[in-house]
Design a protein around this ligand. Structure first.
Ligand SMILES: [Zn+2]
Length: 384
């Protein structure tokens, strides 16, 4: 159940044919993991806020959730600071991912905004956790060899445009939202000026759509409807739909406000196939290999060869380290992974969930199709 957290990758794994094959045809200097969470407990002056409810045994599901997430980052038994241990562990994993390539892979770390009320004020009661932009910025600056960062700014904040300009000056590569948890309606006219500023700054918006189980907050699930992103797309913003909206159902708003519920992924697919959004709407494949997401949507994004240039890889770290939700055997059972790869992948996962995620995705096949190399070479998307 628990992630064993072995730090170093043994040679027989690091040099294994399966790992080598995963890097074939990939320019390691362009590999950015475009979806990773920066978390902690705030014990090192990071300014991270964790809702005290999360600690409460009166709220067992949230307590278990937190234990799982911290264990995934392997900081549960760290002496000293949890915040620092989390960053150290992640650097260690990036190093293991690189295999000695000096110019290799980086990880894009996400700040995480608070929930806000309609009036634009912060709502800590409904905020599960908060990772300030300044902390993500500082970590990325301090370990520039390993990390880039994405800001997280609520568009209803009175100072939202200033915060965005500051983030741009501070080297943010994107803005990250989780609308359902933060209380953001992406379709609201209140987002318009924020979208225009994003567009002017040429910063992409990475935003969750579909059902989100990893983080609970305000639980405004409607806000995750992929069709609500059209306002951003019409404003010219490049939008990355996290997980390709591969979980849950949303109303088909094209059939009216009370349209029937359909799979969120189908609505994402509709956006992707709309000509006018080409070059604007993208999808990340973070966590699409999870048990609760893998299946038809994963097979579909592999098979859609015409989409490959619009897909970005991300690990959703620390989630690949959360053992119960990733199952290699499940992927074998649904025919996306060769059975002979299962054992080696499990061994890699025990040592390095980032490398595991990468190698696994490079070996996925659906009807002889695979993710193209460009899906993993995401640097150019953020630094154009
Ligand atoms: Zn995520």
């Amino acid at each position: 159940m628990w992630n064993p957290c072995h730090a170093r990758l043994p040679r027989h794994l690091a040099d294994h044919d399966v790992v080598r094959a995963a890097w074939e045809g990939i320019d390691a200097a362009k590999v950015w993991d475009s979806h990773a969470h920066l978390i902690g407990t705030g014990d090192a002056g990071s300014g991270i806020y964790v809702n005290p409810q999360t600690d409460s045994l009166l709220n067992p599901s949230q307590y278990a959730r937190r234990l799982f997430i911290l264990n995934a980052g392997c900081v549960h038994d760290a002496a000293g600071s949890v915040d620092d241990a989390y960053v150290d562990r992640l650097r260690n994993l990036v190093d293991g991912l690189r295999r000695g390539n000096e110019n290799g892979a980086k990880v894009l770390l996400f700040a995480f905004e608070r929930a806000h009320r309609e009036d634009g004020s912060a709502d800590l009661e409904h905020t599960m956790f908060h990772v300030p932009d300044a902390y993500a910025r500082d970590v990325a600056k301090k370990f520039a060899h390993d990390f880039e960062w994405a800001a997280s700014i609520h568009p209803y904040r009175p100072d939202a445009l200033d915060a965005l300009a500051q983030a741009k000056r501070d080297g943010a590569r994107a803005v990250k939202w989780l609308p359902s948890a933060m209380g953001i309606d992406p379709a609201s006219p209140r987002c318009q000026r924020f979208y225009e500023s994003l567009n002017n700054a040429d910063l992409p918006l990475i935003t969750h759509a579909g059902l989100e189980r990893a983080v609970l907050g305000r639980e405004a699930h409607d806000f995750g409807n992929p069709l609500r992103l059209r306002r951003a797309l019409d404003a010219g913003v490049r939008v990355v739909v996290a997980h390709c909206a591969s979980m849950g159902e949303d109303r088909d708003l094209d059939k009216g406000a009370n349209g029937p519920y359909v799979e969120s992924f189908l609505l994402f697919e509709r956006l992707m196939d709309q000509k006018r959004f080409e070059g604007r709407v993208f999808g990340d494949i973070a966590a699409m290999t999870q048990v609760n997401r893998a299946g038809p949507a994963l097979a579909r994004v592999i098979e859609r060869q015409d989409w490959q240039a619009r897909l970005l890889n991300g690990s959703d770290y620390p989630l690949p380290g959360v053992m119960p939700i990733f199952s290699v055997d499940y992927l074998v059972s649904i025919g996306l992974l060769k059975a002979g790869l299962a054992e080696i992948l499990k061994q890699i996962r025990a040592h390095n969930p980032l490398l595991f995620d990468f190698v696994l995705k490079r070996h996925l096949r659906s009807h002889d199709r695979m993710f193209s190399a460009g899906v993993f070479e995401t640097r150019g998307f953020f630094m154009r």
